[in-house]
Design a protein around this ligand. Structure first.
Ligand code: 13P
Length: 251
């Protein structure tokens, strides 16, 4: 945790669930958060198709809603794409950008992520920019340099002013049950903090840096207690309200 920074516990629902399941999960998260308010901001990020209905369900409560991607352009002839303004109009206030699954599945480069982040900020959304090394990069001793390169390439000038969030998600820890050692998480998060301060000055000291990758109720407390870990980006465990709320309660 960073002193005086309110943690953010974010659920990335990825490509899961029906409308009915999203409604049930939203309801359970909202009522759990209302009956036992955690010491953290809460966010859920359903698939595009469910953003409007989940945002309507969360309206007036403590749980924010985000999307998992947006297009870099404000509008135009981009069949199948979704703009940041459309997401804001549907009730989203956050958007995850540059997730490793998008970098891998859709060939998103740092330059693409930077353009999308600019678009998100322009539409008034808070961007959550994901960075993280692969298993081969970690084994090759390149974890810090890969993440530093992604930060340098993905963050636009207005990132700090928009209260942008970073999520460090080692690719090899996503969905695998593997988690870096506490020392390794602290080392990367410390490096990210240094880069944020170097890029954005004083404002970089309080930007939130989330950890993501196999965060579960049983490891959340130890991870969230580490220096410069200001929350979590949770995949699998965010699909169960009980587990997501337990992670939030550990913040
Ligand atoms: P898991 O929590 O399922 O490992 O997923 C992490 C993630 O990719 C969140 O964006």
């Amino acid at each position: 945790m960073t002193p005086n920074v309110r943690p953010l516990i974010a659920g990335n629902w990825k490509m899961h669930g029906s409308l009915a399941e999203a409604a049930a999960l939203s309801g359970a998260v909202a009522s759990g958060a209302a009956s036992a308010p955690p010491a953290a901001d809460l966010l859920v990020c359903p698939t595009f198709l469910h953003v409007a209905s989940v945002a309507a369900a969360m309206k007036g409560g403590a749980v924010a809603v985000g999307a998992q991607d947006c297009h870099a352009n404000a509008k135009g002839a981009h069949t199948g794409d979704i703009s940041a303004a459309m997401l804001a109009d549907a009730g989203a206030t956050f958007v995850i950008l540059g997730h490793s699954e998008r970098r891998a599945d859709h060939g998103e480069t740092d330059a693409v992520v930077k353009a999308k982040t600019e678009a998100a900020i322009g539409a008034g959304l808070t961007p959550i920019v994901c960075v993280g090394e692969t298993e081969a990069e970690r084994r090759g001793g390149q974890a810090e340099s890969v993440v530093a390169g992604q930060l340098a390439g993905s963050l636009p000038e207005g990132f700090a002013a928009a209260g942008g969030v970073i999520a460090y998600e080692p690719v090899w820890a996503i969905g695998t049950g593997l988690v870096p050692s506490e020392a390794d998480i602290a080392a990367i998060h410390g490096m990210i903090r240094e880069k944020l301060v170097a890029a954005f000055g004083e404002a970089g000291k309080t930007l939130r840096v989330l950890y993501g990758g196999s965060v579960k109720p049983n490891n959340a407390k130890a991870i969230l207690a580490l220096p410069n870990v200001d929350g979590a980006l949770v995949g699998g465990a965010s699909l169960k309200a009980e587990d997501f709320l337990a992670i939030a309660a550990a913040a």
